[in-house]
Ligand binder design. Structure first.
Ligand code: CA
Ligand code: CA
Length: 351
């Protein structure tokens, strides 16, 4: 595993209301999201981004399933105009399982990136020469590799290495890395309004996607036609399964009563790009169980004659977003190409 999670913020409106009239927020896509977060126009036409307003609501927090000894977090970030005599805008950072050691990137009062370690006290570790001026999007990436004497911390701004530290104690008696955050340190206020788009989380393991991915984009592509596997029941009957799961209407859905049922879809083609490089495909599901007990599904991809399924996804009582990342095309166990992606089918399997 190298690429772990992506979010383009295109498929959920945090201020959409649940049946009780409260905002859905991230609906499980993040562990915590500011109650004031809003969906705004994204970096590209017909794409959305997330706005994390300044204030006590905090920011965006994503926890991994297990701790890691290395973590890379990248995101397109845009900071609202701010007075540089107060607290510095928090861009992004990572935190360990003990929730005591935090590495974070801010913008200093001169527009340069600052890297801090927050343990029992705040420590400014390094300041970049490169500037990330307020307003306008910047693609910022932070990589922390744990080590008591040989740890490394690197920051990139718009694809250029801005901070590069070696022989660091990045552990500080803490645990493994578990949490990535944007806009605010978890549990603290968001100092300055920050917009975020095209976020990725990776680690340095594996043979692909194990270093900075650079300025990447996350495209949300919906099912648009039937796939070859059609074992789930559509509600209401008569509606095509692909339409039920892509119409944005939660009253229409697909259902599986028993384990081992597979459903795949033809999904929209990748948008036209000059030389698309696909780092991974994430199957994203808004799903729930309908009774007490365990309800599980798996993401599935069918490519050529090969299929691959994800680890079990444990469903909750309420509809929540779940993700399964397929870093490689199972047909040959190779990185995805545009042609292979467009020919493949994606879906889910009841478990
Ligand atoms: Ca987006
Ligand atoms: Ca639906």
């Amino acid at each position: 595993m190298a690429l772990i999670f992506i979010d383009g913020f295109d498929h959920y409106d945090p201020q959409a209301l649940d049946p009780f009239g409260d905002p859905w927020l991230a609906r499980g896509k993040a562990a915590y999201l500011s109650p004031q977060a809003t969906r705004i126009p994204g970096r590209r036409p017909s794409s959305y981004a997330l706005r994390l307003p300044a204030g006590a609501g905090g920011g965006y927090v994503k926890n991994l399933e297990t701790g890691r000894t290395s973590l890379i977090v990248g995101a397109a970030l845009r900071v609202a105009p701010f007075e540089n005599t107060g607290e510095e805008p928090v861009l992004l950072g990572v935190r360990d399982t003990t929730a005591q050691v935090t590495h974070l990137v801010t913008i200093g009062n001169d527009g340069r990136l600052r890297l801090y370690r927050r343990g029992y006290w705040d420590q400014l570790i390094s300041t970049s020469v490169a500037t990330a001026a307020a307003r306008g999007w910047h693609y910022v990436e932070l990589q922390v590799v744990q080590g008591t004497a040989n740890g490394t911390v690197k920051v990139r701004a718009n694809g250029v290495l801005a901070i590069d530290l070696w022989s660091q104690d990045t552990v500080q008696n803490g645990g493994q890395l578990l949490t990535a955050f944007v806009g605010a340190v978890p549990g603290q206020a968001c100092p300055v309004t920050v917009d975020v788009d095209d976020l990725y989380i990776a680690d340095t393991l594996g043979t692909i996607n194990n270093t900075f991915l650079g300025d990447v984009r996350v495209d949300a592509l919906k099912p648009q036609a039937p796939g070859a596997l059609n074992q789930w029941t559509v509600e209401p009957l008569g509606l095509p399964a692909w339409a039920a799961v892509s119409d944005g209407d939660e009253a229409t859905a697909i259902r599986a009563a028993t384990a081992g049922l597979r459903q795949t879809f033809d999904v929209e083609a990748l948008p036209a790009m000059t030389t698309p490089a696909i780092h991974g495909v994430q199957v994203t599901l808004l799903a729930r169980k309908t009774d007490a007990g365990t309800g599980r599904v798996r993401g599935i991809v069918a490519s050529g004659a090969q299929t691959a399924v994800s680890a079990d996804i444990h469903l909750q009582e309420q509809l929540a977003w779940h993700t399964a990342l397929f870093e490689r095309n199972p047909n040959g166990n190779v990185p995805w190409t545009e042609g292979a992606f467009n020919a493949a089918e994606f879906g889910l399997e009841s478990a």
